[in-house]
Design a protein around this ligand. Structure first.
Ligand SMILES: [Fe+2]
Length: 279
């Protein structure tokens, strides 16, 4: 039996990989302990996604930012039927989207044996509000989730080998939180020079990417890709020995509105993924 150390060590970090694949069956590789993310980019996207993409980008197909917590697949299906826009895209396109989101939920169910999920869904134009970050889950929840962005600019992410240290990443993350807050305050104020300086500081931080071995060492998951990726137990956020555990990623900051869907699972019925190092 293979034992998994709960603490990171150099070997664990060195062996951490991100799988890029054209084969959706490889998404289950997120269950392998050394895999931090699986980026499945379909070789060709279905026609319905093209029509949907146009309507989202034009701001016609809109979904308000929503988090459904601890819901069943049936509840998610009901919410989608009741809340996705009607009459904006062809009925077959809307139906295909509903089926696609439910397929993500089913994928997560199959990998976690959970029957309850958290679904995050929204449409919106990219902003500079958020930089590189890791997603978290509550203690005991399976530590991976699925992301699908249906159109627009892709999601940037960091190759584990390009990260200098987790300490450096958290230094960036906490500074970014502060600068983003200052920029929000500046936008609410009426001093143009303060606003310009706050934005310039934020842009500089985003472009430096000082936590990487080179600012260019960023990959992009294209629109239409499904990403299965490792989350952090929220208790381990800001812990510096967790480098191999979670996917460091960043949404685009400019471009057309996008439709974004994120699925995680609640505690599995068997507790299979709640032990340390298990997922
Ligand atoms: Fe995220």
């Amino acid at each position: 039996m293979r034992l998994i150390k709960p603490r990171a060590d150099a070997a664990a970090v060195a062996s951490t990989i991100i799988v890029r694949t054209l084969d959706e069956h490889e998404l289950v590789r997120i269950l392998e302990p050394q895999v931090q993310a699986v980026v499945y980019a379909p070789p060709a996207l279905p026609a319905w996604m093209g029509e949907l993409a146009g309507a989202v980008a034009a701001g016609e197909f809109r979904v308000r930012r929503t988090i459904l917590g601890e819901v069943t697949g049936a509840e998610i299906a009901g919410w989608l039927e009741d809340n996705l826009p009607v009459g904006v895209v062809a009925e077959a396109v809307r139906d295909a989207l509903v089926a696609d989101v439910l397929a993500l939920v089913e994928r997560q169910r199959a990998m976690t044996e959970s029957s309850r999920f958290m679904l995050r869904i929204f449409t919106g134009a990219p902003t500079r509000d958020c930089g590189f970050h890791v997603d978290t889950v509550p203690p005991g929840a399976p530590r991976f989730g699925l992301l699908r962005v249906y159109n627009g600019a892709g999601t940037d992410y960091v190759e584990p080998a390009a990260l200098i240290s987790m300490r450096g990443f958290y230094r960036y993350a906490s500074r970014r939180e502060r600068l983003a807050r200052e920029w929000a305050e500046a936008r609410a104020g009426d001093d143009e020079s303060v606003r310009r300086r706050a934005l310039a500081d934020l842009v500089q931080l985003d472009e430096e990417r000082a936590f990487l071995a080179g600012p260019e060492r960023v990959e992009t998951a294209p629109a239409g890709a499904i990403v299965a990726f490792r989350h952090l137990d929220v208790r381990h956020h800001w812990s510096t020995d967790e480098r191999h555990r979670a996917w460091i990623h960043c949404s685009p900051m400019q471009g057309e509105p996008r439709l974004v869907v994120n699925v995680t699972a609640h505690r599995s019925a068997t507790g299979r993924f709640s032990r340390p190092g298990g997922g």
